[in-house]
Design a protein. Sequence first.
Length: 310
Amino acid sequence: MVAIIVFAVVIAGSLWAYSMKPPSPSPGYSSTPATTASCVVTSTNGLGQKSTYTCASQTSVSLNSTAGDTYLTRCSVTGVGGFQLRIVFDSTRAAVSGETINATDILGCDIVGQAAETQVVYLDNFSPGQGGWLTPVFPAQAEPGGELNFTVMYEGATFHFSAAVPPIGTSCVTLGVPSGNVTRTAIMNGTCSSTSSVSSEEYNVTFQQVGAGACPFLGEPWAVTIGNTTEVRPVGTTLPLNDGGPVQGTNDTNISTISFSLPPGTYQYQVHPSFEFFTPSSGTLNVTATSSITVNIAYTGHGCITTSKK
């Protein structure tokens, strides 16, 4: 049988559903030197599971959480390429220090004649290399491929973007701060370097959901479509969403942002469900090379509870 691998840019008509909410953010990878020889951190995820991490390095804090992870049980992925990330200053292109990185990896698999399944892995362990390049460290049970949805925090700013592990070669992804601009370079051999040529430059577009009026909560599920690509929160929710709802109120901030990386141009976007739940429900974006874009989307659900079109 042939395994068809589906990366996690969720397309309308997706064949699988994953409903588990991501855990609360873990401490994440940090390039800041540890102040002591060892430390213990306890984290609780969205399922109420507690995980304890031990930091054994004085040169970096690299914490790896597997609580809440879901692995492929019937699929075996072959031909997975490499992936490296680098976070640099816009002005000098030198690697920064003190960033915190978390990523959610999503890899779907659909084998003919069997039920589809999805791997969801939360990554906060990155191996540092020359030039500030970081390589994600996957748990031993995980397939090291799929779509990586990043959250990077640096000097009080938070950046969201996505990038895929290629089937061959290596993807070299650079995040510039403070602009939030993301560049991607594909190389066929070797590892990434600071002189890797940029094959395409893309800019971060983030849709930020906020409560509206007397409603302090956020609405779920919700999705944003640009072109032929739809991103949904919670991750893995079956698409397409019914524009008549239902939508329920939640205080889970893990679902508050949806991000795209886009080259310069003009784009139309659509928010789902669109019937009296989110404002604005559609609009136009003008992506330029000057800065990243944040679009605030207000949840206007009636009474902040589960609602649907009558």
